[in-house]
Design a protein around this ligand. Structure first.
Ligand code: HMG
Ligand code: MG
Length: 323
């Protein structure tokens, strides 16, 4: 049965990736207090799902090393749910001890990327995940399944849409509540994303899917349109466009959260996010990391804020001189 149908629901759920997918690939490692401040600010701006850390090998991703301490210090007030990325049993056990609200398991459509990322093949990863999903679910912890390289792999080349559909279905069958479709290296355009989504939606309802587009070629925002048209209402994004993936050479961050909120509000859809507050956080974290703000919307709003402040200052000076 085809599940491709128009979804008239105007609410979109954003899954904020900045503290995990973003910071895992920034050259500067933020200290714990600053990671915590970032997460608190993101939650305050209205984001209700935030992936805050990863329980992976600290030798492979040192930026995520103190994720357990981070979880223990999180502000647990309010509706925001905090997720952790987990590659194996050791990671799951740490995530459970750290009281992660949700975990994300991750595999890919291609063996080349999966081997570089977690040291095993795609098939081996599915075998590994089966008991992990059961264990997490028995404790009431929701499991998201990430599927990387849905358009192409940096090692193995283009991915066939039918392969994405088959693997997404297998992750769902393992017990994942949602599948996040990752264009890890951001090479897709609506021309390749639409047929991929059509193949997946042939097997899986839109309500169980999320899209995770990296913006390497500047197509992230354009690629959201075919997803929205097909009824997908869960979007992964990263404040200030932070990040990339250390095991996908040349990849840049997820589509910036500010861009996604601006687009969705412009389409008359709701996100529950305060764009000005989010953009201020994007500017703040970019300055902390000593890098340019990767969000065009963030840059525009920051520039406007500075101009308004200058005008206010000039008016104040003018009235001072007049008096
Ligand atoms: P391995 O070396 O094969 O693992 O790594 P191992 O089981 O042989 O253990 C080796 C060492 O790692 C041991 O320590 C273990 O204790 C330790 P030692 O005895 O040498 O001191 N170890 C761990 N430490 C902490 N937490 C753990 C853990 N497991 C083992 N969970 C492993 C296998 C999977 C651990 C490693 O390859 C790894 O950590 N990979 C993760 C890489 C990663 O984080 N990549 C980025 C995230 S994926 C992504 O960004 C894509 C996504 O955004 C979607 C998209 O964009 O497409 C999700
Ligand atoms: Mg990613």
């Amino acid at each position: 049965m085809s599940h491709t149908h128009e979804n008239r629901d105007d609410k979109v759920s954003l899954v904020e990736m900045g503290p995990r997918d973003g910071l895992q690939n920034e050259a500067a490692t933020l200290p714990l207090a600053q990671r915590l401040a970032l997460i608190a600010r993101l939650a305050e701006s209205g984001l209700q799902r935030i992936e805050v850390g990863a329980f992976v090998s600290p030798k492979k991703v040192p930026q995520m090393a103190d994720s357990a301490a981070l979880f223990n210090a999180l502000p647990r007030r309010g509706p925001t749910r905090y997720a952790a990325l987990v590659p194996n049993l050791q990671g799951l056990q740490t995530a459970i001890a750290a009281r992660a609200d949700e975990i994300g398991l991750f595999t890919a459509c291609s063996d080349g990327f999966t081997r570089a990322n977690i040291g095993i093949s795609v098939e081996e990863s599915l075998v590994r995940f089966a008991p992990l999903v059961q264990e997490a679910r028995s404790l009431g912890i929701k499991v998201r399944g990430y599927l990387s390289t849905v358009i192409a792999c940096p090692f193995d080349g283009p991915t066939r849409p039918k392969r994405v559909a088959a693997l997404a279905e297998r992750l769902l069958d393992l017990g994942c509540h949602e599948i996040s479709l990752g264009d890890t290296i951001g090479v897709g355009t609506p021309g390749t994303v639409a047929p991929m989504l059509d193949a997946v939606l042939h097997e899986i309802p839109a309500g169980r899917l999320a899209v995770h587009f990296h913006d390497t070629y500047g197509q992230g925002l354009a690629n959201l349109l075919p997803a929205l048209e097909r009824g997908i209402r869960t979007i992964d994004c990263s404040v200030a466009g932070l990040g990339g993936c250390p095991y996908a050479p040349g990849a840049s961050g997820n589509v910036a959260s500010e861009e996604v909120v601006y687009l969705l509000h412009g389409l008359g859809m709701s996100t529950g996010v305060d764009l000005d507050q989010l953009a201020a956080t994007g500017q703040w974290v970019s300055e902390l990391l000593g890098r340019p703000n990767g969000s065009r919307v963030g840059q525009a709003l920051h520039g406007r804020g500075r101009r308004l402040a200058q005008e206010r200052e000039q008016r104040a000076l003018g009235s001072h001189h007049a008096s």
